[in-house]
Design a protein around this ligand. Structure first.
Ligand code: FES
Ligand code: FES
Length: 172
């Protein structure tokens, strides 16, 4: 498997429904073996909605959804993502109408952010939870967001926003 990868010249990555063929190498706009997915999203694909806080797997701000699971993009090497499908905060709204995802709207409605640095990661983690568990209780939401740090606000605003979005998604 490893030998096969080293001979590859490119990998494919689908991000927010767009398929990208990314050349492997050390030149600008190429993917080096040491590049994290967070780096590739921000620096190569210019998707800067994904934030990098600690860059060592401790804060949750770099969270994206890969093949349906919330993952830390700072702890994921891009070369390991060949053929995967990734969703970032830029892919949540409706591209046709520009309408925000109900989760994004709920964060606004509940003032669930201040500086907003941690917010994309929290929203993506919550989105993965709601896709898997459409009617989560408080314990599930707290568990899903347990690795996410915010310097600005009470996490209870976030909790209310996610539970509210879950209710709207269910049509309550
Ligand atoms: S930047 Fe990835 S967990 Fe902090
Ligand atoms: S809103 Fe500022 S770090 Fe969370």
């Amino acid at each position: 498997m490893r030998a096969e990868r080293t001979h590859k010249k490119s990998i494919t990555l689908t991000v927010n429904g767009h398929r990208h063929e990314l050349s492997l190498g050390e030149r600008p706009h190429e993917v080096s073996p040491s590049h994290t997915l967070a780096h590739t999203l921000r620096e190569t694909l210019n998707l800067t909605g994904t934030k990098v806080g600690c860059d060592r797997g401790s804060c949750g701000s770099c969270t994206v959804i890969m093949d349906g699971r919330a993952i830390l993009s700072c702890m994921t090497l891009t070369v390991e993502c060949d053929g995967k499908s990734v969703k970032t905060i830029e892919g949540l709204g409706d591209p046709k109408t520009g309408r925000l995802d109900p989760l994004q709207q709920a964060f606004i409605d509940h003032s669930a952010f201040q500086c907003g640095f941690c917010t994309p990661g929290m929203i993506m983690a919550a989105k993965a939870l709601l896709e898997d568990t459409p009617s989560p209780g408080e314990p599930e939401v707290k568990q899903a967001l347990s690795g996410h740090y915010c310097r600005c606000i009470s996490h209870y605003h976030v909790l209310r926003a996610v539970l509210d979005a879950a209710g709207k998604t269910r049509g309550e």
